[in-house]
Design a binder for this molecule. Sequence first.
Ligand SMILES: Cc1ncc(COP(=O)(O)O)c(C=O)c1O
Length: 413
Amino acid sequence: MAQQHESGSEGHQGAIPLDGGCYDPPVSDFRVPFFRPHIDDDDVAAVAESLRSGWLTTGPNARALEEELSAYCGAPFVNVVNSCTAAMQLALAAWEIGPGDEVITTPYTFVATANVIVHLGATPVFVDVRERDFNIDPAKIAEAVTPATRAIIPVHFAGEPCDMDAIGEIAGAHGLKVLEDAAHAIGTEYLGRRIGTISDAAAFSFYANKNMTTTEGGALATADEELSERVRSLTLHGMTRDAYRRYDAGGAWRYDVTSIGYKDNLPDPAAALGRRQLARLEWSIEERTRVALRYTKNLGDMEHVVLPWFDERHRQAWHLYVVQIGESAPVERDEVIRALAAKGVQTSVHFIPVHTFTAYREMGRWNDGDFPVAEKLSAGAVSLPMFPDMTDEEVDYVCDALGDILRGRFRQS
Ligand SMILES: Cc1ncc(COP(=O)(O)O)c(C=O)c1O
């Protein structure tokens, strides 16, 4: 069985192409993979029907998915695109964020969050996270605001929402945009409100291992119609009408190009898959919650393991289940990962702090030690297998393997 990892995370990668488009040969047949996609006959039929329909690029399925996402998360406007990365970059571009502007975000994220800021010529300003939930610390955001700050990008780590009230207050006081990196958080609720309705815009990921997938894909949710329309144009080269809208109204072929846009649209067969996946999203989150609760029950008393914290006032969508291997554990985190792999358990690490990557080091703005909480969390983090079809037996196997390893019984028998 092939396994898929979050792009950029450590660990074994399976035979399915990752973001870089490379194929890594499978290293071993994992007994419990990090992730196993749930693709059923309805998904396959929906994609086949779309392929046979004669409309392959962005079209009726993409439009329907936008409406269904809008109904699901309560956001009046949704734009589907080909990744969460694209959704974030398009929103920042639509707000004309560029050279001379600063955007505050967390170093404890996938590199995409920071890359989109850099691509637009703006400057990412990292602030550290809170130890308890790995999420950006609002107190530190407030300290980092300067006259050049234009926006804040909080990241809802693992599906646990950031403190959006505090972030909204800071943004309101300084006239800043808030763009949620909700790659992990479709279905997350913040004080009873689904992500997608809380800030200026939220970007979702439908990457292969996300809570719902379009293979690759993403969406931007917003209440701002002007933003949505601008993003729609920027998604397709800055054109005033996309292909579907050019041909649907009886051959209205003429269009203008009003800005220099991108090529980030979502193909219709991918959207057809997304519609089926969205119809099953609640089931998927319920099953992920079952897995998370079983991990929590099994690992609750295990020495040297710090469990993920979550706030019961919210609904955690459980994209990831990330434990910390305590600093006083007899086995180091890297050894725990190796030993789990030897026992047939595939894991990952979320995240390697962005400022420690070579490309970011070479910018000369950050040093090791600048974000001590993020660095400490990253050094101890292990993302355990998490997927909706994971059986209770598989969860128990992972927990038993971890227990054996931490008690020093970590050689493969
Ligand atoms: C926190 C976070 N932001 C953004 C992304 C990028 O998502 P995508 O691959 O859909 O561009 C990811 C990716 O997997 C992520 O984990």
